[in-house]
Design a protein around this ligand. Structure first.
Ligand code: SF4
Length: 283
């Protein structure tokens, strides 16, 4: 639990607060953007929840924080909110929440599908989430975008006998994966197209499902820049390859960008393509 003695000065007065253990992973600002904003290298509570819906979102952020840096003095409603994970985004696509410190708080996703459900990257091990996913039909495939966001995939894979998918160049992070991708050409599994996008890591791969692109750490939305963004600073393998991988995405159609880190966004397909082209020129 967050420590009230370490409450940051940037929080507005009131029930919810962020403490000094925050690692600035961004998940609270993604889940409850009206409540959490920017401090100096941390998140901070910029507005206390006023209505029940806002309180629920603040509690979802509290539960999702990978380092338990968010606190509430009242502590009301936590038990009820844990039952609301995974959180539906749109059309059977969910955010898992409950991020893991092992993946630096990366976001993970769950897709409900009649031919078997998918998990994209992994949340932390959590018995409530496991039970809720079981009620939704379990998991057939766990797709790992790259080596950094494996977190507790093994826990969910074992629980549901799910097949784990990762690219061979990042497979050292999950050596006993069931499906090892190779090369740089897209691979289709049912309605999913797995597109190798080397750059952030050598085996980084994104997943396209209908109009949703699960981008791992390849591409995300930056609210401060009001545009799509990729980071040379956080590129561990090859920035030149990452730019080529961004160009590759121009051949696909999608409206949602659902990243591991950074913010998600829904835009018209033509706006996404324009912004990717502008990003490539800018960098
Ligand atoms: S979720 Fe937790 S660690 Fe991440 S930015 Fe918010 S308070 Fe900080």
């Amino acid at each position: 639990m967050a420590n009230i003695k370490k409450r940051l000065d940037c929080n507005v007065p009131g029930d919810f607060f962020v403490d000094a253990s925050c690692i600035d992973c961004d998940i609270c600002r993604e889940i409850a953007p009206s409540i959490f904003g920017d401090g100096k290298g941390t998140a901070c509570v910029v507005k206390q929840p006023q209505e029940q819906e806002e309180r629920e979102k603040a509690l979802m952020a509290l539960l999702s924080c990978p380092v338990s840096a968010i606190g509430t003095l009242k502590k009301e409603g936590i038990r009820q909110v844990i039952e609301k994970f995974p959180i539906q985004i749109e059309d059977g696509v969910y955010r898992c929440g409950l991020s893991s410190r092992k993946s630096y708080g990366a976001m993970s996703y769950f897709v409900l599908h009649p031919e078997g459900n998918w998990m994209i990257d992994s949340p932390r091990e959590n018995a409530h989430l496991l039970r809720n996913i079981k009620k939704l039909g379990g998991i057939k495939y766990i797709f790992l975008t790259h080596e950094d966001d494996v977190a507790d995939a093994e826990f969910y894979a074992k629980a549901f006998s799910a097949k784990v998918i990762i690219h061979e160049k990042d497979a050292h992070a999950y050596p006993h994966a069931d499906i090892i991708l190779s090369g740089d050409q897209p691979v289709s599994i049912g309605e999913f197209t797995l597109i190798p996008t080397p750059g952030h890591t050598a085996g980084h791969t994104v997943a396209l499902y209908r109009n949703f692109l699960f981008t791992g750490d390849h591409l995300w939305y930056s609210p401060s820049k009001k545009s799509l963004h990729a980071s040379k600073e956080y590129c561990w393998y090859s920035w030149e390859e990452q730019i080529r991988s961004l160009e590759k995405l121009l051949h696909f159609r999608f409206e949602w960008i659902l990243p591991g880190h950074g913010r998600s966004v829904k835009m018209k397909e033509e706006d996404i393509k324009r912004q990717i082209k502008e990003l490539i020129k800018r960098v």
